[in-house]
Design a protein around this ligand. Sequence first.
Ligand code: NAI
Length: 314
Amino acid sequence: MAFSPRKIGIIGSGLIGRSWAMIFASADYKVVVYDNSAAQLSNAKEEIDKQLHGLSEQNLLRGDIPVQKQIENIEFTTNFDACTKGAKYIQECIPELIDLKRKIFNDLDNVMSDESIVGSSTSAIPSSRFTNGLKHKSRMLVVHPTNPPYYVPLTELVPAPWTDSDVVDEVYRLMQEIRQVPVKLTKEVYGFVLPRVHHAVLMESWKMVQDGIISIEDVDKVMSDGLGTRYAFMGPLETRHLNFKGGFKDGCKPHVWEVSNDSGPNARLEGPLLEIIQEDFNKRIPLETLAERRAWRDTRIAALSKFKRDMSNC
Ligand code: NAI
């Protein structure tokens, strides 16, 4: 099969594979989704159809092409070669298990063209752990989306030591073209960047609840109705620059160091507080209502994401 600059292969049709398929289709790429489970594929087809129609009705569809064309841009197959051969770019989205990743990257190595690039959606595993020794390893890297990817565009590009820098740049441009927001890491780091920042916030919140300083519900409000509101538009460094008369340097006085040190060493998220927080959520958001609450979250994130896109044209 000839190399096709408009063909994208998606491996795995779960939550993340479906989102990637919808994102690429919205930019008018021809997407071929492969899964080794026919039942999963059939669910994915049904769900994508439903989601795209729903987004279109709510005026939240990504891209400039009609919904029907976006749906037609996505094919589903249980044939690995039909998905991968000649694709410009392949996004792996199978479960987070190192042995599965290693096996699929080995299979991809055998069929991909020398011009193709493969990105892994892995949330935590450095790609050097499953691309080592492969012929095309310089054309493989981590391309880590943020959940839910259709609405939250941040995408971390994490090269292995042997990933070609031109490949990273090419994926960077591809992500921009499909209206993701790529950021480049210069090297592999445990947990990548977004999860590390997220964990730092989680850790500080935990410690303040543990010390009895604030309630579980209120510490969440500190983000959702406080920091999070401005973080939807700018990061902590720019916030610092804007908030101080003398700019960033002025905002980096020893105070930051002193307050951070005062919060003490990191804690393990375990023990009685873990049970207390789980119990609190079980009452407010019972597990059987999680799907409903996720849908509530996604609607709001979708609206915010559209608002941000519209604002960026101002
Ligand atoms: P999932 O479990 O929803 O979907 C995985 C899919 O892969 C299933 O449809 C399964 O049938 C298929 N599959 C399993 N083995 C396969 C194989 N050998 N060949 C082809 N298909 C196969 O998983 P999900 O949540 O979509 O995650 C996929 C990847 O994305 C994981 O590496 C995960 O860590 C990463 N990720 C997940 C996020 C999340 O919030 N769920 C966020 C960012 C990244």
